[in-house]
Design a protein around this ligand. Structure first.
Ligand code: MTE
Ligand code: MO
Length: 361
């Protein structure tokens, strides 16, 4: 076992704060085991006591609420769903091949994982508090202090009130049927299906209804798409485009890139995910850099908020083989070809075609 009960072969980008992704083989299941689930942290993991933890709901509400975990569980209907989390930095390594990105970890395609989450609907808690009509954003605050923020501050984020009022947004205390682990936000975290992982705030302690987005560094300054020529060190609150919905993305999981396989029929598998209201409609696989494509079989998603695995069998001839994949979504949008045009100073949202290099013997 590695740190935080993770598998020994996690790719640990940083151990403090803990940032790690599983090897590709850890993502082959429809649900990701907790020991393989990626973890992205901006500060030390707080060890909160579920017995003394309280959730405060305040701001533009009729009645401020202060709820214990038992009250949260007893006063609201339990909801469960399968949802994929994906970090905005997933596949950053592809952008690093274009140009360096100082200070950001070189995540591969494993900064994404899927679990069955159980909790209550945020919408139910907000309606118990009596949300005022002028609420535009719902902010989440956590106790983990990040020294990477400018200035250092506890982690926070917000989502627009329309998303916050939707039934899929959970305050979750269980993951794959087990109580949430500390590293994943125990006792309670927010799950915002379809949005970048940064909005799924762990260890949530305060929920505030407000007219403006959160002023927290991780909402106002980080997780924003800056122009390629911007200086990220000089970027201030409100610069760039705030990242919300996930972008259409896909990656190859098996075989692993750089490996040697025997000539003949070879199964190629991977995942694909479309953000928010969209679904993956097609997954194309090419053996000739995108001149011609075959269509892979897509697995049924476990929910509207889940990735889909895909598979196809290619007849591989001996030599160096390069396999390229791209997904299309239900609006007929496709992934862009190259990371060159996607490069940005913080290295977010690389959703270019994924590529796999194999030696076939
Ligand atoms: N309190 C808190 N919540 C957080 C973070 C954090 O550092 N602190 N990281 C965010 C980011 S960027 C991602 S991608 C997800 C990762 O969730 P996981 O560690 O459970 O995989 O948590 C989000 N919630
Ligand atoms: Mo993230």
């Amino acid at each position: 076992m590695g740190q935080f009960g993770k598998r020994d072969d996690m790719v640990v980008h940083e151990s403090e704060p803990y940032n790690a992704e599983p090897p590709r083989s850890g993502l082959l299941g429809a649900l990701t085991e907790e020991s393989s689930f990626y973890s992205r942290n901006h500060g030390p993991i707080p060890q909160l006591d579920a017995a003394t933890w309280r959730l405060t709901v305040d701001g533009l509400v009729d009645h401020e609420l202060v709820l214990s975990l038992i009250e949260l569980r007893e006063q609201f209907a339990e909801r469960s769903l399968v949802a994929t989390l994906q970090c905005a930095g997933n596949r950053r390594s592809g952008l690093l091949e274009v140009r360096d990105i100082p200070g950001e970890d070189p995540w591969g395609s494993g900064a994404t994982s899927t679990a069955h989450w159980t909790g209550v609907a945020l919408a139910d808690v907000l309606s118990a508090a009596g949300l005022h009509a002028d609420t535009r954003h719902v902010a989440f605050a956590a106790p983990d202090v990040s020294q990477l923020a400018k200035p250092p501050q506890p982690y926070g984020a917000s989502i627009d009130v329309t998303k916050a009022s939707r039934p899929e947004v959970l305050l979750a205390w269980a993951m794959n049927g087990a109580p949430l682990a500390a590293v994943h936000g125990a006792p309670v975290r927010v799950i915002v299906p379809g949005f970048i992982g940064a909005r799924s705030v762990k260890w949530v302690e305060r929920i505030t209804a407000q007219t403006e987005p959160s002023e927290n560094y991780f909402q106002a300054t980080a997780y924003r798409m800056l122009p390629a020529d911007a200086d990220p060190g000089a970027a201030g609150p409100g610069d760039g485009i705030s990242l919300t919905s996930l972008a259409l993305n896909s990656a190859i999981l098996s075989p692993d890139t750089g490996t040697t396989v025997a000539a003949g029929p070879t199964e190629i598998t991977g995942y694909a995910l479309a953000g928010d209201e969209r679904v993956v409609a097609r997954l194309d696989v090419s053996q000739d850099e995108g001149r011609t494509w075959v269509q892979a079989d897509l697995d049924e998603p476990e929910s509207a908020w889940s990735w889909q695995h895909w598979r196809t069998t290619l007849d591989l001839a001996p030599g160096q083989v390069r396999i390229t994949v791209r997904a299309w979504d239900s609006t007929a949008a496709a992934q862009p070809e190259s990371p060159r045009h996607l490069w940005n100073p913080k290295g977010y949202v690389n959703n270019s075609w994924d590529r796999l290099q194999l030696t076939v013997v």
